[in-house]
Design a protein around this ligand. Structure first.
Ligand SMILES: Cc1ncc(COP(=O)(O)O)c(C=O)c1O
Length: 394
């Protein structure tokens, strides 16, 4: 067969495909996914918005649109989700996206040549790690603790490696669920200016807070224009509509728009209109009030089940929001092997930690649990089963 291009030869989702194939069994209780709960989709609001939008502006919605994004959404995003968080931005600082994934990919493409260095959290979101590798980036992990990225290590690596980009998920991180506090966010923004590093602040979970107080985005402390804040409607409205948005220096937005023109020309007008109207009709605060208790209850069921049933030597995070809990087993444990046995013997699935690390062996003893996709009673049952399995297995 004709050879694939060199730059995509290393691109493979096989490891993840294998994990999900293993968990395709209908009887399996899976904590592997990362999808929002189906009960949270605002179906009635979306139906009403589509009806009125198609009556009001069919030509505009069905015609080609702008590469920078659907203007009503750019404006609504600025007004409802950006300025209120202390970020100074105008319309030229905003582009909407076909899912926030497109933001990471465009910014990486804009700044990276093969071999350029990118600093990432350890662990980090697998999807972005794969995207960065596709571009030939040399990803370097930065140490983390229970307050996220460790600033001393970050500065040391910025000095030594001269990276082009730092990729960070500051709120309810995927996979750990941890949140970087304000003091560290300020330092990240400051260091980005000092060492001339673009920060991709990937923040899809920030609206899903169940306890504690909101923390301002890194972008709100950006005095030098190095921070690109990427947001998503996937976890608040729906992932299937594929809408995200990002805020950055106007030069970066212009380049992003040029690159995006070649990728998909522009986002889908209709789904952008859904998000714009959802914000402009004031649905978002009430919607979040409705859906966060659903997740809060699921998270409590998971943490309660882990505390009650997991072996004492397990460490786990206690997130204040998001969709994930991260579990660390004693060093030397192989979570990928444990997954095979857990699926076969207990019919319970999770995502092994290795793929979330630049060096997979660093996370071999860890795994990620998702609490959004099952009701509390199933979560409680799953944690009891998994706990009794782990007690025997490790
Ligand atoms: C950290 C992180 N960034 C980005 C995404 C993708 O979001 P979107 O659906 O907006 O492309 C996810 C989805 O799981 C995620 O966890």
């Amino acid at each position: 067969m004709t050879e694939f291009a060199k730059r995509v030869r290393g691109v493979s989702g096989d490891a993840i495909r294998e994990i999900f194939a293993m968990m395709a069994d209908r009887e399996l209780l899976s904590f592997g996914g990362g999808s929002p709960a189906k009960e949270t989709f605002p179906v009635d609001e979306i139906r009403a918005i589509i009806d009125s939008a198609l009556s009001r502006n069919p030509d505009g919605l069905l015609q080609y649109g702008m590469t920078d994004g659907w203007m009503p959404l750019r404006e609504a995003y600025l007004e409802h989700l950006v300025r209120g968080k202390g970020v100074r931005a105008d319309i030229e600082n905003v582009i909407t996206l076909t899912g926030s994934t497109q933001g990471m990919s465009i910014v990486a493409e804009a700044f990276l040549d093969p071999g350029d260095k990118v600093l990432v959290e350890s662990p980090t979101f697998l999807g972005t790690l794969m995207g960065l590798r596709k571009l030939g980036a040399d990803c370097i992990p930065v140490k983390g603790d229970d307050r996220g990225i460790v600033i001393e290590d970050l500065e040391d690596k910025m000095k030594r490696h001269r990276p082009k980009i730092l990729y960070v998920i500051p709120t309810f991180q995927n996979p750990t669920g941890l949140t970087i506090p304000e003091d560290r966010r300020k330092e990240i923004a400051r260091l980005a200016g000092v060492y001339d590093v673009i920060v991709i602040e990937d923040d899809p979970y920030c609206e899903l807070r169940y306890s504690g107080t909101p923390v301002p985005p890194i972008k709100s402390f950006d005095g030098s224009g190095h921070v690109v804040m990427v947001n998503s409607f996937s976890k608040t409205i729906s992932p299937g509509i594929r809408v995200g948005a990002m805020t950055a220096d106007a030069n970066i937005i212009r380049k992003a728009s040029d690159i995006r023109q070649l990728a998909d020309t522009h986002g889908v007008n209709l789904t952008q209109e859904i998000c714009a109207e959802f914000l402009n009709r004031g649905h978002m605060p009430g919607h979040l009030k409705k859906i966060t208790p659903i997740y809060e209850e699921r998270l409590a069921a998971m943490l309660g089940g882990i505390s009650a049933h997991f072996p004492e030597e397990c460490r786990f995070t206690r997130p204040e929001g998001g969709l994930f809990v991260w579990v660390e087993l004693p060093r030397g444990t192989d979570s990928a092997q444990l997954l095979k046995r857990s699926v076969a013997e207990m019919k319970v699935g999770f995502i092994p930690g290795g793929p979330f690390f630049v060096n997979p062996e660093d996370g071999a003893n860890c795994f990620r649990l998702n609490f959004s996709s099952n009701p509390p009673d199933r979560i409680a049952d799953g944690m009891e089963r998994l706990g009794s399995f782990l007690k025997k297995a490790i």
